[in-house]
Design a binder for this molecule. Structure first.
Ligand code: FCB
Length: 439
């Protein structure tokens, strides 16, 4: 496929097309006085990260940001979703590094100069290592400190940010990192995961309140969702899919929009939550102005394992991306509809990430990525036709970058990056986007 079948004119006036990146994945944390994050320690632990790769240089965006913002503009996009590294701004988690704040100041001004909407995420996983050593997301100090960071960012940048979300993908911050152990700090403990599942939504609520107190507007949340298929239609598999849905999707939406946790998840997790968790629920459900969904794939769930939640996933039949993730655009439509119907109502919804990892056969050609984006954009359009108040769509990612535990091995960019020379080469998907948005 060489062209997207939908164009800007197929979406309402004002619909926001954007591309996303995140700080640690592109900036280069060896520069500008950034502190060590828990990802440094994780990457140094043998076997945790492909090739032991880390974000020391990444895309050298710290120095090359003008060129990168030019690319966003050239693509015809309206906004740029970026993140502010906590470890850059507060290297020890407590004291401010002025160089770090200055960097984001320049970056935001750079977006405005290019008529791009600055769409900020405060925490895209750069926990300062010093705070990790104090217990990280398993202790209540972290949500309180994140709210301090939110105040600092709000005070410095809040007058110019178009939108702000405190946390990227709370499921990854809590479950993937403390129960599955695939992300820093790499714990595999239900007790730790329970604490993190609560603290991460508390951090969202406290940070929203802190940003509001600084007068920052257009505040939201960014949650990842996966479509949960039962592996077969047996009752056991249906239950496995239901509990997976509860942990992955419903926990965060219910907490943030209603101040509740789903009962079916509480059955297994309540004994691991902080004792006074109920007292925090109204803080967590702060009013927000929009809700963002990151979507990539579906899972096939079956009963397995000796302990709650007794769920494992099996390989599915659909074509897969280079991550091994099944390509299932209908899941995006269904989850957007369910989110609006069950949780967010009339609140504006955004797709805040969607994209695929793909190998380059011929540099610059990526028909598979164009087909992936096209199918998902059509799913977005169907959700809108069904009445979902969807106001924008964000591609992951502008650039190939540090794909966490997969290091530099997985390429998600609309733009190819040669990590030896730092040369950027726009791929076919980038050019298809230019034609769809500006043609
Ligand atoms: C999301 C993350 C993003 C990137 C993509 C592929 O879970 O937000 O940083 O890793 O997946």
């Amino acid at each position: 496929m060489n062209d997207l079948s939908l164009r800007r004119g197929d979406f309402p006036e004002g619909f926001v097309f954007a591309a996303a990146t995140s700080a640690y994945q592109i900036e280069g944390h060896a520069f500008g006085g950034a502190g060590r994050t828990h990802w440094n320690a994780f990457a140094e632990t043998p076997g945790k990260v492909h090739g032991g790769h880390n974000g020391a240089i990444a895309c050298d965006h710290y120095h090359r940001w003008p060129e990168d913002l030019d690319l966003v503009r050239q693509a015809g996009l309206d906004g740029y979703r970026f993140s502010t590294s906590w470890a850059r701004v507060m290297p020890d988690g407590v004291n401010v590094n002025p160089e770090g704040l200055d960097f984001y100041d320049r970056l935001v001004d750079g977006m405005l100069e290019r008529k791009l909407k600055p769409m900020a995420t405060l925490y895209h996983w750069e926990l300062p290592e010093a705070l990790g050593k104090r217990g990280g997301w398993t202790v209540r100090e972290i949500p309180e400190r994140l709210a301090e960071f939110a105040t600092i960012i709000g005070r410095r940048l809040g007058d110019r940010l178009w939108s702000t979300a405190p946390i990227n993908e709370p499921w990854c911050v809590a479950w993937l990192s403390h129960y599955e152990g695939h992300h820093a700090p790499g714990l595999q403990s239900l007790a730790a995961a329970g604490k993190a599942m609560h603290h991460v939504v508390l951090a969202h609520g406290l940070s929203i309140a802190a940003l509001r107190a600084e007068g920052v507007s257009n505040l939201g949340a960014v949650c990842n969702m996966e479509y949960p298929h039962p592996a077969t239609d047996s009752e056991e598999d249906r239950q496995a899919a239901e509990i997976y849905d509860g942990i992955y999707n419903r926990w965060f939406a219910a907490a943030m929009t209603r101040g509740e946790y789903p009962e079916d998840v509480l059955v297994g997790l309540e004994r691991h939550l902080p004792a006074a968790w109920r007292d925090d629920m109204s803080l967590i459900a702060q009013p927000i102005d929009w809700f963002g969904v990151n979507y990539y794939t579906c899972k096939r769930l079956t009963r397995g394992g000796d302990v709650w939640p007794n769920v494992v996933d099996l390989p599915g039949p659909l074509p897969k991306t280079d991550m091994g993730w099944e390509i299932y655009p209908d899941g995006l439509e269904t989850l957007l509809r369910r989110t609006a119907e069950d949780y967010t109502g009339d609140l504006p919804l955004y797709v805040t990430e969607n994209g695929m990892a793909n190998r380059d056969v011929t540099l610059g050609q990526d028909p598979e990525r164009i087909a992936y984006l096209d199918a998902h954009l059509r799913a977005v359009r169907r959700a809108m036709d069904a009445g979902v108040p969807l106001k924008g769509y964000t591609f992951w990612s502008l650039l190939d970058n540090y794909e966490w535990a997969f290091g530099y091995d997985k390429r998600f960019g609309l733009v190819h990056v040669d990590f030896d020379t730092q040369v950027r080469t726009p791929r076919g998907s980038f050019h298809a986007l230019v034609r769809a948005l500006t043609g």
